[in-house]
Write a protein that binds this ligand. Structure first.
Ligand SMILES: [Zn+2]
Length: 283
């Protein structure tokens, strides 16, 4: 199936009162597991590559092209997205390769610089028909440092979107990246106020640390894209560890077990995010 533009998936999620799942690729098995899970759930999905993963792999090309081809061969809608890019050159490379959308993350820079650089990237991407996600209020948690105390102000968020022209906004509402326990408590009242104030869909990063009921209430409050990576890595790694501990040496056996375990959890999470709610306050 042709790749799905992020804006189309977000628009449908808005109309449904649901959220799109956005899951991170590190190995080929990740990309396969995400798409297998999405096909089983009969839901669209975003497969995303982070700048950190591109650095780990050494270049964007091989893994990026694999993601694009997996999306094309899928029977469900798949958006291929660049996650947490801080380097404008990587944004340009991803767009040139055929990615559907990018997240440009200048959230650690001074505010005026975040606005200026994000606006320039958004203008360039829009000229190329590509949607841009940005972040305001650093979600934190990279490098093992949890920062669940950071919050995005609704007025600042609205002004940031108006000044930059971005298509989706990642906000800090109580989650933190790379959590291996699911006990983060989100500020649903703040999500609802951000949803009312910001004219574009909200994105939740650090969703691995959020329990199922927290994800559901975040969607009810207005989150439209849910980024989840560490939680799925845990499912994969546990399954691989079990098989390796049995003495199996063939990577197809242990990586296959990891892929199967991850696909099942992808399916479950996508179903969770697709449950519509009467209580949705969507516009
Ligand atoms: Zn993130």
């Amino acid at each position: 199936m042709p790749q799905a533009p992020l804006t189309r998936l977000l628009e449908r999620a808005r109309a449904e009162g649901t959220a799109i799942g956005a899951m991170n690729v590190i190995t080929l098995e990740h990309a396969e597991a995400i798409v297998i899970g999405a096909e089983a759930a009969d839901r669209p999905v975003v497969i995303q590559l982070s700048e950190n993963t591109v650095a780990y792999r050494g270049s964007l090309g091989p893994v990026g092209l694999a993601c694009l081809r997996i999306a094309e061969e899928s029977s469900t809608e798949v958006c291929v997205h660049l996650d947490h890019a801080t380097d404008p050159e990587l944004v340009r490379a991803a767009v040139d390769l055929g990615f559907d959308s990018v997240m440009f993350d200048a959230s650690t820079r001074p505010h005026a610089e975040n606005v200026r650089t994000t606006a320039a990237i958004a203008a360039w991407c829009h000229d190329h028909g590509i949607a841009v996600e940005a972040e305001l209020g650093e979600v934190g948690g990279k490098d093992g440092v949890h920062a669940p105390g950071v919050r995005t102000d609704p007025g600042d968020a609205r002004r940031f979107v108006e000044a930059t022209g971005v298509d989706a906004l990642a906000v800090a509402v109580g989650s933190s990246h790379a959590m291996v326990t699911r006990d983060a408590r989100l500020d649903d009242d703040l999500i609802a106020r951000l949803h009312a104030a910001v004219p574009v869909p909200l994105v939740l990063h650090g969703s691995s640390g959020v329990p199922d009921d927290g994800l559901r209430s975040a969607v009810r409050a207005g989150v439209r894209k849910v980024n989840i990576a560490t939680h799925l890595n845990l499912q994969m790694t546990r399954a691989i560890t079990t098989v390796v501990d049995e003495g199996r040496a063939d990577p197809r056996i242990y990586l296959g077990a990891g892929r199967d375990a991850m696909a099942l959890e992808v399916q479950r999470i996508l179903m969770l995010l697709s449950i519509n709610s009467e209580a949705s306050i969507d516009r």
